[in-house]
Write a protein that binds this ligand. Structure first.
Ligand code: AMP
Length: 213
């Protein structure tokens, strides 16, 4: 499958991608994960991206577009992909359209995870993430805590609160989403590619996605 998962931070894009991972070999590509790895490793991209990310602002389009051009060239994308957190602006969507036509690929569908602000605020402030860059398992202190407090069930690394998941940064990320990313809903709707789902549980969202393919 070749899909874009659209939705505010905390809508469940990462969780849904994980559930779909074994479906047909499509890779889960999260720009947020790639950027966090780059920050952790201190690469030139990471050094440029860090201050934007810590504030909850978007990293400039040119950096993201170059990064995704490289990522799409990797052979694992041939089987399909689930974009999580990309595109996030109209210029990114336009660049993606050009990139895909250059390599002769077409998107199947754009899934809009339609979820209220209160739900995402609650989810994000209670979300915890495995600090191991190659694991990044997601937990929730209320609904899905790790078996041993603060320790990842999967790899044993510390489970942390992301630096951009303070209430102030979260509110900024939501505002950034409304201003810069939500316009993509209309953009893809006008192209006839959008499918919205208001499902609250990730299992139901997965069903909706599979039905839309
Ligand atoms: P996420 O994990 O998708 O919520 O992304 C975390 C942070 O990474 C965002 O708040 C942005 O600062 C940055 N980021 C991720 N994806 C993009 C993108 N497509 N365009 C610009 N910035 C991004």
């Amino acid at each position: 499958m070749r899909i874009i998962l659209l939705g505010p931070p905390g809508a469940g894009k990462g969780t849904v991608s994980n559930l779909l991972k074994n479906h047909d070999g499509s890779v889960h590509i999260s720009t947020g994960d790639i950027l966090r790895n780059a920050v952790k490793e201190g690469t030139p991209l990471g050094q440029k991206a860090k201050e934007y990310m810590d504030r909850g602002d978007l990293v400039p389009d040119s950096l993201i577009i170059d990064m995704m051009e490289e990522r799409l060239k990797e052979p694992d994308c041939q089987k399909g992909f689930m974009f999580d957190g990309f595109p996030r602006t109209i210029p990114q969507a336009e660049a993606l359209g050009e990139l895909l036509s250059k390599i002769g690929m077409k998107l199947d569908v754009v899934i809009n995870l339609d979820i209220g602000k209160d739900v995402v605020l609650d989810r994000l402030t209670t979300r915890r993430t495995c600090s191991n860059a190659s694991c990044q398992a997601i937990y929730n202190v209320k609904s899905m805590p790790p078996k041993q407090e603060g320790i990842c069930d999967k790899c044993g690394s510390p489970v942390i609160q992301r630096s951009d998941e303070t209430e102030e940064a979260i509110l900024n990320r939501l505002e950034t989403y409304n201003n810069q990313t939500a316009p993509l809903i209309d953009y893809y709707d006008q192209k006839g590619m959008l499918k919205s789902t208001a499902a609250l549980s990730s299992d139901e969202v997965v069903k909706d996605i599979l039905a839309a393919l």
